[in-house]
Design a protein around this ligand. Structure first.
Ligand code: NDP
Ligand code: GDR
Length: 371
């Protein structure tokens, strides 16, 4: 039985990848962080009682900032594959915590690679690094492919650039089977609530159900190539099954704006909106309401506005990937469109919002967490 170790198993991608590898028959180990509350919600459905024999899903406490802890876990598990998905993954937050982001995202990757080397696992353990389209930043070529030069625009992207190159360097220096997946944005109902797509689908669902009045966003002109996380974790595994390690761009090859994603999400909830105003005065006003998903909304309501607080010190305005190499060499193509993904996310968030609205209608206090 193959063994995989996933850092970031409690995150969006980690949870889908764990499901995928368990279905493939792997023994799956994951690193979770100690927190004051349970933080394993995305993988709780995979939990196996450790007292039963042959449990195939095991979590270890750890942190990418802790060398001895990482080395001990790798030594105990002796994994065939390591997927380094753990990261301070929020671009805007990286401007607030640049040093921590570098420690986790850049040096954390080095710590893992060094542990593989220190333990003599160079020939046994294959390594996947969660690289990112943010490396392209101020884009030098459209669409972006494996050979497009990097121009990172945030402490997050600069840290990920170190991680990208140290992965290449350990492959070339020590013969470790190590690859970078340069993944463009990918989302799902499990996406963190402060990333823009989930912030939008959750905000629209809450507004539709009368739990919130208005959603505040930053740069609505921003263009992204959005895919579905389920499609993308499949590719993470495929990259480690080749004869020789290589780096791949994973994207859909299509891009839309944040504004368009707002329009699409509202439509899914039965709300038609019209945008007016420019810059910080831009807003979305309701022009029609259909169906019974949005009892909290009436024509004329302004449901989206701009808050400059969400602008970034340096922005990545446009990203569009070219996944031709992945298609040609691995036969990978994304199966879920952005429209299908948006519909799934809105349906999931509406489901939660409806339950909260029902509780509120029966006199229970319902609080909506926001950043
Ligand atoms: P999430 O933010 O959902 O998950 C990040 C994971 O990393 C969580 O499990 C988190 O733990 C863990 N983590 C954070 N800090 C540490 C630390 N110090 N030590 C150990 N673990 C830590 O990210 P995604 O699942 O969306 O992304 C997975 C990876 O892919 C990340 O590296 C991200 O940067 C990268 N990426 C993501 C893309 C996307 O569009 N989703 C695109 C390209 C790259 P906890 O749950 O406790 O917070
Ligand atoms: P990104 O994702 O920075 O691309 O990083 P995010 O969803 O945070 O932003 C996408 C774009 O939307 C704009 N935006 C807003 N973003 C947030 N979070 N909140 C807002 O209110 C808002 N309004 C507009 C942003 O300015 C940006 O242009 C994600 C992460 O998953 C990274 O870890 C990963 O590496 C990249 O995708 C690829």
């Amino acid at each position: 039985m193959k063994k995989a170790l996933i850092t970031g198993i409690t995150g969006q991608d980690g949870s889908y990848l764990a499901e995928f590898l368990l279905e493939k028959g792997y023994e799956v180990h994951g690193i979770k962080r100690r927190a004051s509350l349970f933080n394993t919600e995305r993988v709780d459905h995979l939990y196996e009682d450790p007292h039963v024999e042959h449990a195939r899903f095991k979590l270890h406490y750890g942190d990418l900032t802790d060398t001895s802890n990482l080395t001990r876990i790798l030594s105990e598990v002796q994994p065939d594959e390591v997927y380094n998905l753990g990261a301070q993954s929020h671009v805007a937050v990286s401007f607030e915590s640049p040093e921590y982001t570098a420690d986790v995202d850049a040096i954390g990757t080095l710590r893992l690679l060094e542990a593989i080397r220190f333990l003599g696992l160079e020939k046994k353990t294959r390594f996947y690094q969660a690289s990112t389209s943010e490396l392209y930043g101020l884009v030098q070529e459209i669409p972006q492919k494996e050979t497009t030069p990097f121009y990172p625009r945030s402490p997050y992207a600069v840290a990920k650039m170190y991680a990208y190159w140290i992965t290449v360097n350990y492959r070339e220096s020590y013969g470790i089977y190590a690859c970078n997946g340069i993944l463009f944005n990918h989302e799902s109902p499990r996406r963190g609530e402060t990333f823009v797509t989930r912030k939008i689908t959750r905000g629209i669902a809450n507004i539709a159900q009368g739990l919130e009045q208005c959603l505040y966003l930053g740069n609505m002109d921003s263009l992204r190539d959005w895919g579905h996380a389920k499609d993308y974790v499949r590719m993470q595994w495929m990259m480690l099954q080749q004869d020789a390690p290589e780096d791949f761009v994973i994207a859909t090859g299509k891009q839309i704006s944040v504004r368009e994603f707002v329009r699409m999400s509202a439509k899914e909830a039965g709300i038609t909106v019209e945008f007016s105003g420019e810059g910080v005065d831009e807003r979305a006003t309701v022009t029609a309401v259909e169906g019974d998903n949005a009892p909290g909304v009436t024509v004329g309501d302004v449901i989206v506005r701009v808050d400059p607080r969400y602008f970034r010190p340096a922005e990545v305005e446009t990203l569009l990937g070219d996944p031709a190499k992945a298609k040609q060499k691995l036969g990978w193509v994304p199966e879920i469109t952005v429209e299908e993904m948006c519909a799934e996310m809105v349906a999931s968030d509406l489901d939660v919002a409806k339950r909260h609205a029902l509780l509120k209608a029966h006199g229970h206090k319902v609080s909506v967490a926001k950043e």
